[in-house]
Design a protein around this ligand. Structure first.
Ligand SMILES: Nc1ncnc2c1ncn2[C@@H]1O[C@H](COP(=O)(O)OP(=O)(O)OP(=O)(O)O)[C@@H](O)[C@H]1O
Length: 332
């Protein structure tokens, strides 16, 4: 587990991190998002101790890294694998040679090294590229090798800074699959800095939004999407208001968010049946967050028991985010 407590960092007197606190649970993936210059990379570099914070603590599995020096610090750094921003492979080394680098630095003997490199090539799905040089690989393949290299020494934490920038969506998918496998198969805790909400959508359990060096939003992705003020929710959920709606045709108009197979598949027909109301979908749609189906709909409801239907949807786990027509208090 990674705990960041009240981290501050300035460059030439200009504050870049202003008291950042975060938790990343073991074996989970945290996405750090936010506008350019918000301090995301600086945060990741501080967590990796590539940059010394001015104050605050960074605990990895309980040990405060900022308090360490010398050998203890070097050992602690081995617990943290880093996938740097941009192309970071050595051009003159093969894919296998790049992955072997941290093992060579750690003095791992040849046979063990070869076996470990083989495992990692398998993990990232590039066994057949062992002997290829970076220039012979695609951008996505190079990134997968960079992930394998970061995992070589068996870290408990993986930091990836913009691992999918400049990749097309299909290639992005292959890199994300590798990060997800690192978490699922090796139990590694992952912190990924990204501009790309597709990364959040596909692999993140938690999200932290950074702005001007402060965390302005933080939480479990599936909790945030039910919050009507969440920026993460607005970025990830289908838009509900693309079509103009004549509200006078309905007794109630409301926006709802449904999470999970059961809710998405059954709640609205069930509400309609139980309360004898007609439920019309006026906008919005379905999406997926990792494996979880999520829907945001604008509903137009007609029938005497429209309010009861909305209340029931809310009690049954749907989030009635906004009632556009009808009592504002309904189930909100
Ligand atoms: N080593 C450094 N020396 C001086 N200023 C720095 C240094 N590293 C970062 N900064 C400054 O700190 C601020 C935050 O930079 P950082 O790279 O952490 O932001 P970011 O959110 O990752 O941005 P981007 O998404 O564009 O990569 C920027 O104004 C940047 O110029």
């Amino acid at each position: 587990m990674i705990t960041v407590e009240n981290l501050t960092k300035s460059f030439q007197g200009i504050p870049v991190l202003n008291g950042v606190s975060l938790d990343v649970q073991s074996g989970s993936v945290l996405g750090v998002v936010g506008p350019s210059g918000a301090g995301k990379s600086t945060l990741a570099r501080c967590v990796a101790l590539l940059e010394r914070p001015d104050s605050g603590a960074i605990r990895v599995d309980g040990t405060d890294l900022t308090a360490l020096g010398g050998t203890a610090l070097r050992n602690a750094r081995r617990q943290i694998g880093v996938v740097p921003q941009g192309d970071s492979l050595l051009r003159q080394r093969t894919a296998a040679g790049n992955i072997a680098l941290p093992l060579e630095s750690a003095g791992v003997p040849g046979p063990q090294r070869r076996s470990r490199v083989g495992e990692l090539l398998d993990l990232v799905g590039l066994t057949d590229k062992a002997g290829s040089y970076p220039d012979q690989l695609s951008g996505g393949q190079r990134q997968r090798i960079a992930v394998a290299r970061a995992l070589a020494a068996g870290p408990s934490v993986l930091l990836a800074d913009e691992p999918t920038s400049a990749l097309d969506p299909e290639t992005t998918g292959s890199v994300l699959t590798v990060l997800d496998r690192a978490r699922a198969e090796l139990g590694v805790t992952v912190l990924v800095v990204t501009h790309d909400m597709a990364v959040v959508r596909k692999i993140c359990d938690d999200v932290a939004v950074l702005e001007e060096g402060r965390v302005v939003e933080n939480g479990k992705l599936l909790d945030l999407i039910g919050d009507s003020n969440s920026r993460t929710a607005s970025a990830l959920l289908p838009a509900v208001d693309l079509n103009p709606v004549n509200e006078s045709n309905f007794d109630r108009v409301a926006d709802v968010v449904l999470v999970g197979f059961a809710a998405v598949g059954a709640l609205l027909p069930e509400a309609s049946h139980r309360f004898g109301v007609e439920v019309n979908l006026l906008g919005g749609g379905l999406t997926r967050l990792a494996e979880t189906p999520v829907a945001r709909f604008r509903l137009g409801i007609t029938g005497e028991r429209a309010d009861s239907a909305l209340e029931w949807i809310s009690e049954a786990g749907g989030v009635v985010r906004r009632t556009l027509k009808g009592p504002q208090g309904v189930a909100a």
